[in-house]
Design a protein around this ligand. Structure first.
Ligand SMILES: Cc1cc2nc3c(=O)[nH]c(=O)nc-3n(C[C@H](O)[C@H](O)[C@H](O)COP(=O)(O)OP(=O)(O)OC[C@H]3O[C@@H](n4cnc5c(N)ncnc54)[C@H](O)[C@@H]3O)c2cc1C
Length: 415
């Protein structure tokens, strides 16, 4: 693989950019792999990458029914933070956030990580208490966050109206190293690195069945034929229940559409990410100048991977008191993705009742930020066959045992 660098750009510039190779290969599937990962979203690709990088397991196929990064990974609003309440969550999200800091160098691919700072607004007294508690918890967990008052919020975001009248800003939970990254680039960077390690990314190939003998996985049936494997990882977000059904087990997952929209591009006016969870809305400004806006999930289960008009109205209505300027913006486009929600709003990284079959799902509305940490932890789980420190609390069996990791405040609305 040709390394990307300033010198490579200069060299190719002199050569009319004719010398760049393809970023990843497009191979036909082999008969058998050591590991098959279903789903070439960020989590599937990161799992494969760390299997190769950390454990030397490189005879790996990543099977994708559409195009890589075409699921939620390419549809999200790219918020990165680790200010969660519970210890297991803070550990895995902070691992991910810290990996993001050097991901561009690690992958030799610019993922445009921008730790521009992130504010979660408190607009009710209940939220003030909740976020203050989270700041105390974060400080104990080694996650750097702080509580700031309304005047400081106004200083950081001058375009904000902090006086209400309905939802005045009473303060905010501030994570200075939270921010955003370019979502497609994260998928593309991992894909390029996986392909470079000799792994096969097989796109336009749907998994239609899971084969097993004596309670152990032996391979998958796909639209490109049957492929054998020793270990199988299901990393398909909103389609997890469908794949689990093929494996003969059930998961406590609900699939819902989550939508977002962007405005026309405008001059730079806000250099942090702002989340307003009471009113169900959040906003940041992309490098192109568009205001990137999102809200809550649809109120009913569905697999509708597209936007709807009522959502634009609901989300903009929620934010317009705090950001009056958006009433004058034209909205450019909207879209949706299918997110996988668990009851405690925490993910599942787990062994399953089917031998050598592992599942990584339940990231719901907030799994972009966790991609590197999730891949790191899932690779450990799959390589060792047993959970490690980052995954032991995230077993699918916690729902049977009542050991919930309740993040309904940190993750129910917030992404
Ligand atoms: C509108 C929206 C906004 C969001 N905002 C944020 C945010 O700001 N911050 C944040 O942290 N998170 C956010 N999220 C959540 C985040 O996008 C997801 O949690 C994350 O991308 C999940 O990644 P994944 O790799 O698990 O899933 P995906 O990227 O969805 O990848 C799963 C892949 O599996 C494939 N697949 C499914 N079934 C099969 C099959 N049978 N055979 C083969 N392949 C199959 C799919 O085609 C898909 O490509 C948002 C999500 C949406 C929809």
């Amino acid at each position: 693989m040709k390394r990307y660098s300033m010198f490579a750009v200069a060299r190719e510039g002199l050569n009319y950019h004719l010398g760049w190779g393809r970023a990843w290969r497009n191979p036909a599937p082999k008969k058998k792999y050591d590991v098959i990962i279903v789903g070439a979203g960020g989590h599937g690709l990161a799992t494969a990458y760390y299997l190769g990088k950390n454990y030397g397991i490189r005879n790996v196929a990543i099977i994708e029914k559409g195009w890589l990064g075409g699921g939620n990974t390419g549809r999200n609003t790219t918020i990165i933070r680790s200010n969660y309440l519970q210890d297991p969550s803070a550990a895995i999200y902070e691992k991910a956030r810290s990996l993001y800091e050097t991901l561009s160098q690690d992958l030799n691919y610019n993922v445009m990580f921008s730790p521009r700072g992130l504010l979660m607004l408190a607009q009710t007294h209940h939220e003030v208490r909740g976020y203050r508690r989270t700041v105390y918890a974060n400080n104990l967990q080694g996650v750097t966050t702080e509580w700031i008052g309304p005047e400081r919020v106004k200083q950081i975001v001058p375009i904000m109206n902090i006086h209400g009248p309905r939802y005045p800003v009473l303060g905010a939970l501030y994570q200075a190293r939270g921010g955003t990254a370019r979502h497609d680039a994260v998928a593309w960077g991992y894909a390029r690195a996986c392909s470079d390690m000799g792994m096969d990314i097989i796109q336009q190939c749907e998994v239609t069945g899971i084969r097993q003998v004596n309670g152990k996985v032996t391979g998958v049936d796909t639209t490109k034929g049957s492929i054998d494997c020793d270990k199988l990882g299901l990393v398909v977000a909103g389609h997890t229940s469908v794949l689990a059904d093929m494996g003969g087990f059930r998961l406590p997952i609900e699939s819902l559409a989550l939508q977002a929209l962007v405005s026309e591009p405008i001059k730079p006016c806000m250099d942090v990410v702002v989340m307003a969870n009471t009113v169900h809305g959040y906003m940041s400004q992309s490098d192109k100048g568009e205001m990137v806006i999102g809200g809550g999930t649809d109120g009913f289960n569905n697999y509708t991977q597209r936007g709807s008009w009522h959502h634009v109205e609901e989300t903009v209505r929620a934010l317009v008191e705090t950001f009056p300027m958006i009433s004058r913006l034209k909205m450019l486009r909207q879209w949706g993705g299918i997110v996988d929600m668990t009851g405690d709003r925490s993910p599942i990284l787990s062994k399953t009742p089917l031998g050598n079959c592992f599942v990584n799902c339940g990231w719901g509305t907030g799994g972009f930020k966790s991609i590197p940490g999730s891949g790191w932890a899932m690779a450990e789980l799959m390589a060792r066959g047993e959970p490690g420190p980052l995954t032991e609390e995230f077993s699918m069996y916690r729902f049977r045992e009542g050991k919930f990791i309740d993040e309904s405040v940190a993750a129910g609305v917030a992404h």
